[in-house]
Design a protein around this ligand. Sequence first.
Ligand code: ADP
Ligand code: ASP
Ligand code: MG
Length: 834
Amino acid sequence: MRILKFGGSSVGTPERVRGVAEIIQRRYQELEGDALVVVSAFQGVTDELCALPALAARGADYASRLVALGRRHLAAVGELLPPDARAPALDSVRATLAEVGALLGEACDAGVVAPALADAVMSAGERLSAQIVAASLRAAGLPALYLDTRPLVLTNDHFGAAHVQIAATYQRIQAWRAALVGDHLGGAPLAVATGFIAATADGRTTTLGRGGSDYTAALFGAALDAEEIEIWTDVDGVMSADPRAVPDAFTLPVLTYAEAMELAHFGAKVIFPPTMRPAMAKAIPLRVKNTFNPDGPGTRIAATRPPLDRPITGLTSISDITLLRLEGSGMIGIPGVAQRLFAALACQRISVILVTQASSEHSICLALDPRATAEAVEAIEAEFVEEMSAGEVDPVIIQPDCSIIAVVGEAMRQRPGIAGAIFAALGQRGVNVIAIAQGSSELNISQVIAREDEARALNAIHDAFFTAHRPEVNIFLAGAGLVGAALLRQIAELAPVGNAEGPRVRLRGLITTSRMLLAADGADLSPTSWRDDLASQGQPTDLDAFTGRVLATRLPNVTLVDCTASGALPARYAGLLRAGVSVVTPNKRGPAGSLALAAEHRQLAQRSGARYLYETTVGAALPVIGALRDLLVTGDVVERVEGVLSGTLSYLFNSFDGSQPFSALVRDAQRRGYTEPDPRDDLGGVDVARKLLILARELGLPLELRDVRSEPLLTEDCLRASGVEAFYEALARDDARYEAQRAEAASAGRVLRYIARLEAGAASVGLRAVGLDSPFARLSGADNMIVFTTRRYYERPLVIQGPGAGAEVTAAGVLTDILRVAQSPLLARPHTLK
Ligand code: ADP
Ligand code: ASP
Ligand code: MG
């Protein structure tokens, strides 16, 4: 015996009923008739029937909606049955509708909706659909028989979600089946049974709770010792998450009963939670299958399953809950507080979805259906009225608009690190966890979060545990100038060998000063054809739309890469970092901007778990900031930081040997492309001061740019000269002074270098004469050099030297930071947990 249950989603339209009929015919043959069908109401019908009594009781117009509902069923009969078979079906449909009409009339007269009446009205949905499906199977030549399950499924009178009396129900089903088989010795007809509906011992109609048709199927399966219970729905099975919220969700091939129950309890609507109980008691497997893809394997739910290659099986959520918190000093160490709290709620039949209590016993936090909030608060405050008036217990604190995310899996037991990985995934996407609960069964870790974070949270956890084993960094690039373009080239060529196991860099958006291009959902932009794509598919630049998309992107490691030199993007870093978006940049405007802004950015990143990486702002790809941080975290004490931080100034003074005047040297450097178009941009020293400021702040010094003492290299005349030629003329007038400085240094065995220095909390930049034993004396070409003198590197300081500018090396440094985002200290782990 097999039970085949078809949900409302499978019988939404006559077209779909036809599809279901084909599946039933095929299964009927394969099973040689040993089957029983259970159906739900047509899609949406129960919702409608649920709404009508209240309308009627309010005196509002329900009749037109009832007529529409009637038409829908009558039309289905017309479409599904041949003319000569229609009359009896139309009659029985009309009779059921008339019954509903009479009940609604009663509600209208009474002005209130009795729960028993609501159930009687709702029961019509399944009766109508089962009659129509049975008739259309008969029309297709199958010996189908309509079965109203009310006389068989016996419940108490808890209308709306009645409790089934299992033993009596099984007896009745078995007796019915025996009689049916006895009456049809040549082979019993195929029963098409109503799901969801039942009756009390005295024959009043009840229902089993919304979604309860699955449960009816399990009851019949268990009573008749079925080999399997097939739940046919509109998705390929139970999925790793609700596919409507998590686009990457995939079908789970196998689940244990306990896992399915846990997922179902916490919101996975695909199967009604009590369904597992009868199946589990008789060890009957359930199979969830898709009517739109009947040949797919579906999901098998059974007592055990083969091990998975990951610790969690699936995740789910309850979208709308309210948190209530009871706290107060009078609760500490007093036995019975929890018992009184729950008893007060139980008296009002309020079900508690989740509970947490800190071990201080100072507060207990409960999650409830929001509709029960007022009643629950009233019940609790009545119970603790004395303690509250004595100030020992505070008034109940209500936190509405929350969601619960539940992560479920039997393999989480005894496995460390899962909760950490979940929180890391949430933290990285900026989701705050309000409360958590994990029972000692370790089957479910639940976290309460703000409702607005629900989709982000589900996707973050799903990405962390289920998506491609290779982590991804999803970048939005601002600026496609020299560095940006070099970066795109390097991404396109990202070493297939060196980075084979490493993170995949995916370009999701690109913005330049004039145009921008955003990838379609789930797609990437090409790092090779971006120039053409920007021209052909791009749109005019709109920074709000661009950052809006960055914030809305539900992917792991979303990162803004700011390769601009403007202040427009740094002004938006805060909003991005706060939301968990990482920022990687060679743009000094952020980290060397105002102290308040720079500090805020660092704090926001720390708080949300996003990365804020700007290694390339000092010395391009040279590992300067990283080295400094490593020194600090390992407890070294930095006494002094000195550096030649400008390639241009490095070149000028490394080459200044007296063989030509200083001004000629600058001209020559400009010809070779070593300077900005206006060399004063390099010689002015502001850029070097910004870099030093960034290093100072890494050391925790609260400095602003104006605090960096700068000894100007150029005279006022040079700075004020209008135009580059006039500048050179002014500079030539100083040649003698520069030469004198050089010669004086040389005679003392020294050379001139333009050095940035941090010492004893003070920062300065300027021209210095250094001895030949100084590392700076050995500098050549346009190299940068940074020298750290620390308690550990004291006699011989730590020296970092190399090219500190240029598009290729800067882009390489930016790429290194991008890859680092995927190694976030917080989030790196989930990927390795698989
Ligand atoms: P039926 O009408 O067949 O009973 P339901 O609407 O009750 O179908 O349940 C199927 C729906 O459950 C799916 O369309 C899907 O959106 C939703 N759903 C929620 N969580 C999950 C999950 N983990 N796996 C599959 N579907 C889920
Ligand atoms: N028709 C009922 C409902 O919509 C039962 C079910 O579909 O399982 O809740
Ligand atoms: Mg359902």
